[in-house]
Design a protein around this ligand. Sequence first.
Ligand code: SF4
Ligand code: SF4
Length: 243
Amino acid sequence: MTELPSELYGDKIPVPETAERIHRQIVAKLTCLEESNFSSCLDSQFRVIFNDVLQLFERYQKLVLDHSKITCTCDKGCCSCCFHWVEDVNSFEAEIIAHYIRENMPDKIPQIKNSCIEDQAELERLYALVQEKLTQEQDETIDEIDLLLSVFYQARRLCPLCGSDGLCMIYPVRPLTCRIYMSFSDPGLCDPSYINDEYIPTYLLNLEESANDILDRLHFKYQKFKEDTGLRSLLIKYLRTIP
Ligand code: SF4
Ligand code: SF4
């Protein structure tokens, strides 16, 4: 097993100046998206600029990792992390993903929608069980949602957008929440059976606050379904609406 350098536990990987420069470009692109006031996030120019942001973010992450000399062990077809109930998806990302599915794999829409509906039903069933268990135990130290997400992960229901080959079917437009999640350890440790292990092998290599603040504002600006940031639950709604 590759050990995560101890100085990174609970800490943030340092961002070199080269990556900070890229981050400033990301903020500039996001500011442009905000100020351009597009009526829809499906506007082709919105999607071009947001795609630039995603490309820059890939460069940013690579520069941060290269500088740190830490090896990310994520690889093509490795998909245990796709058992997660993917949360914190921006409204415009979900709408762009639904558009991408419509454009590139219309024949898969019924299958994707059905899997999303089944997964959401399972999440609701598990939520009732979690609530019952917490009421019985009266343990206020356990976070209800954390427990629910952990239980869902252990149910091993692969994301409906993960192909049978383990590859993400919407890879070019996959949400930021999937992009920031990475491992520096043996990929086998990402298996749900290790979720309660004290050793945490994953890391979130996220954007800085200056970019995330703009993303939040864009999320609210293009939001069509309030208080929903789940990838599966949003896809059920976006795939049934005609843009
Ligand atoms: S986070 Fe873990 S399961 Fe996901 S791609 Fe990386 S190594 Fe594989
Ligand atoms: S969107 Fe793609 S990367 Fe994210 S969980 Fe689904 S299959 Fe995995």
